[in-house]
Design a binder for this molecule. Structure first.
Ligand SMILES: NC(=O)c1ccc[n+]([C@@H]2O[C@H](COP(=O)([O-])OP(=O)(O)OC[C@H]3O[C@@H](n4cnc5c(N)ncnc54)[C@H](OP(=O)(O)O)[C@@H]3O)[C@@H](O)[C@H]2O)c1
Length: 503
C-alpha cells in the first residue's frame, strides 16, 4: 500500500474510450476528486481519445456537462476550469485509422511542450477488452509505449480480463510480448474501496484478530456481493458473461485473498500479490461433481424491489428471451493450506437480490457449553466479525452478553464501527486511489498476470460444466429475494445458513 503522501510525477493521462460511459461516470469524477484533494501534480494533462471526430473545445464542453452531472454538487467552477485548461481530445477509429496514432503522438508532444510536462504517460483503456492488445500494440509501434530516459509509460486495463482461462492466458501473453509486467495495471475498482484496503490494516495492524484468524477458531467464511439492480443498459455484455464471470474471478476473489492471505513481508506490491496468488492457487480445483454439488446458478424472474415491480431477466433489454445466462452464482470451496484446511468458504453474488449489500463474514466456532449446564442457556451465541463493504462501510463484532436479571440468559449483541461516524463521509468513486497509485507507480492494488490466471483456473471448470449442462430450472428466483433455494440448500447441507443481515 502506498504511502499516501508521495507526490505524483508530472504526467499525461491518455484515456482511450474518452467518450464512453466509464469515463464520464467514474474517471472524470475521480480525477476531479483527486485534484480537489491536491493529489494531482500541477503539471498534469488529459488527452481524450474516442471514435468521434471533435475539437478539444467540444470535448471540454461535454466534460463540463458530465462533471456537473456525475461529480455531484461538489463540482465547482474553479475546479472545472482547472480541468478544462489541461484537457485535449483527438478522434478516430482504433481499428483502421493509421492516422490516429500519428495524431496522438503529435498531440502528446504539443501538450507536453505547452504544459512543460516530461513525457510520462499513462494510458487508460476504457474500451472493449477485445481491443486492449491491438491498441497497446499500436501505442508501442508508434514509439509511445516503452519507458525510457527516466520517463515512464504505464497502461491501465479495465476488466473483464479474459472470459476464461485460455483467453486470459492469451491476453496476458499478447501484452507481455510488447510490455513489461511492471507497466501493466489490471484494474479492479473494488480494490479502490477504503474498506477493502482496511481488511489488511484490520488484520495486520491490530494484535487481537490475527491469532484467531485460522482453522482453530473459524468455523467458516461467507462473502456476499448482492445487488438490487438488474442489468440496466449492459444487457448485451452481461448476457454473454453471466454472474460467475462478471464477479467471481475478480471482485470476489480479491476479497477472498485479502481475507485469507498470510501476512506479507511488506506492503510492497509484489509481497502482497505473492501472498494473494498463493491463496488462489490453494483453492481446491472443482471436479465436474464439485461443480454440480458446490456451485449454484440462478436467474431472476419478475418480482419487486423496494415495492416496485421489476421485469424478469429474460425480458430485459438486449437479453435473449430464452437466455440461460446466470444472474446469480454461489460457490463453496476450501483453501488447502495450513491456516484454512477444512474451513469452508461460501461466496455468492447476484442481481435483483433483496438488498444492495457486500460483506465478508468470519463466523467463529461455538465456545464450550459446559459452564452453562445448570442454567436455562441451551445454545451459546457464536461470535462473528462482519466486514461491511457496501453500502455502509464498517465492521461489526457479534457476541453474547448476559441479559440483566436474576436468571442467566444470553442475548446476542453487536458492537459496530461505522466508517462515516468516525471519519466522516468520504466522497469517492473507488477509482481515485487506483489512479493515484498508477501515477506514483504502486501496483499493489492491481492484479498481476498470475493472479488473473489463477482466478480463471478456479472458475473455468465450473463454466465448462454449466456450458455442457444448460440450466433446466431458469428462472429460479424471484427478483427481490435472496436468490435460489438451491443456494440455501447447499449451505444448509453443512448445517449453516447465509447471513442476510444488514448493519
Ligand atoms: N461503464 C462502467 O461502469 C464499467 C464498469 C466496469 C468495467 N467497464 C469496462 O470499461 C470498458 C469501457 O466501458 P464503457 O462502459 O465505458 O463502454 P462504452 O460506453 O461502450 O465506451 C467505449 C468507448 O470506446 C470507444 N470505442 C469503441 N470502439 C472503438 C473503435 N473501434 N475506435 C475508437 N473508439 C472506440 C467508444 O467510442 P464511441 O463513443 O465513439 O463508440 C467509447 O468511447 C469496458 O472494458 C468495460 O467492460 C465499464
Amino acid at each position: 500500500m502506498a504511502g499516501a503522501d508521495k507526490t505524483a510525477d508530472p504526467c499525461v493521462m491518455v484515456i482511450f474510450g474518452a467518450t464512453g460511459d466509464l469515463t464520464k461516470r467514474k474517471l472524470f469524477p475521480a480525477l476531479y476528486n483527486l485534484a480537489k484533494d491536491g493529489h494531482l501534480p500541477d503539471k498534469f494533462a488529459i488527452v481524450g481519445v474516442g471514435r468521434q471526430e471533435m475539437l478539444s473545445d467540444e470535448f471540454r464542453d461535454q466534460m463540463i456537462a458530465d462533471l456537473k452531472e456525475f461529480a455531484g454538487k461538489e463540482a465547482d467552477e474553479n475546479g472545472i476550469k482547472w480541468f478544462c485548461d489541461r484537457t485535449y481530445y483527438t478522434g478516430g477509429d482504433f481499428d483502421d485509422d493509421k492516422k490516429l496514432f500519428a495524431d496522438i503522438k503529435d498531440m502528446l508532444r504539443d501538450v507536453c511542450d505547452a504544459n512543460d510536462i516530461p513525457p510520462n504517460f499513462f494510458y487508460y483503456m476504457a474500451i472493449p477488452p477485445s481491443m486492449f492488445a491491438n491498441v497497446a500494440k499500436k501505442i508501442v509501434k508508434n514509439g509511445l509505449g516503452r519507458s525510457e530516459n527516466g520517463n515512464w509509460r504505464r497502461f491501465i486495463f479495465e476488466k473483464p480480463f479474459g472470459r476464461d482461462l485460455a483467453s486470459a492466458q492469451k491476453l496476458n501473453a499478447d501484452l507481455l510480448k510488447i510490455l513489461n509486467e511492471d507497466q501493466i495495471y489490471r484494474i479492479d475498482h473494488y480494490l479502490g474501496k477504503e474498506t477493502v484496503q482496511n481488511i489488511m490494516v484490520f488484520r495486520f495492524g491490530n494484535s487481537v484478530f490475527e491469532p484467531i484468524w485460522n482453522r482453530n477458531f473459524v468455523d467458516h467464511v461467507q462473502i456476499t456481493v448482492a445487488e438490487t439492480l438488474g442489468v440496466e443498459q449492459r444487457g448485451g455484455y452481461y448476457d454473454s458473461a453471466g454472474a460467475l464471470r462478471d464477479m467471481v474471478p475478480n471482485h470476489i476473489f480479491q476479497l477472498v485473498t485479502l481475507t485469507a492471505m498470510e501476512p506479507p513481508a511488506s506492503f510492497n506490491a509484489d509481497s502482497v500479490r505473492n501472498e494473494q496468488v498463493k491463496i488462489l492457487q490453494a483453492i481446491q480445483p472443482f471436479s465436474p461433481e464439485d461443480a454440480l454439488q458446490c456451485a449454484v446458478r440462478g436467474q431472476y424472474a419478475a418480482g419487486a424491489i423496494d415495492g416496485k415491480a421489476v421485469p424478469g431477466y429474460r425480458s430485459e433489454e438486449k437479453v435473449a428471451s430464452d437466455s440461460n445466462t446466470e444472474t446469480y452464482a454461489a460457490l463453496k470451496f476450501e483453501i488447502d493450506n495450513w491456516r484454512w484446511a477444512d474451513v469452508p468458504f461460501y461466496v455468492r453474488t447476484g442481481k435483483r437480490l433483496a438488498a444492495k449489500h457486500t460483506s465478508i463474514v468470519i463466523q467463529f466456532k461455538q465456545a464450550p457449553l459446559m459452564l452453562f449446564r445448570d442454567t436455562p442457556v441451551e445454545r451459546l451465541t457464536t461470535n462473528r466479525i462482519e466486514i461491511h463493504i457496501q453500502p455502509d462501510e464498517g465492521i461489526t463484532l457479534h457476541f453474547g452478553a448476559k441479559i440483566p436479571g436474576p436468571i442467566v440468559k444470553i442475548g446476542a449483541v453487536d458492537m459496530d464501527f461505522n466508517y462515516s461516524d468516525h471519519f466522516g463521509e468520504q466522497i469517492s468513486t473507488g477509482y481515485e486511489r487506483l489512479l493515484y497509485d498508477c501515477m506514483i507507480g504502486d501496483a499493489t492494488l492491481f492484479q498481476r498476470a498470475d493472479m488473473v490466471e489463477a482466478g480463471w483456473r478456479v472458475v473455468t471448470p465450473i463454466l465448462d460444466v454449466w456450458n455442457a449442462i444448460p440450466a433446466r430450472s431458469f428462472p429460479n428466483y424471484t427478483a427481490g429475494s435472496w436468490g435460489p433455494a438451491e443456494a440455501d440448500d447447499m449451505i444448509g447441507r453443512d448445517g449453516r445458513s447465509w447471513k442476510n443481515t444488514l448493519i
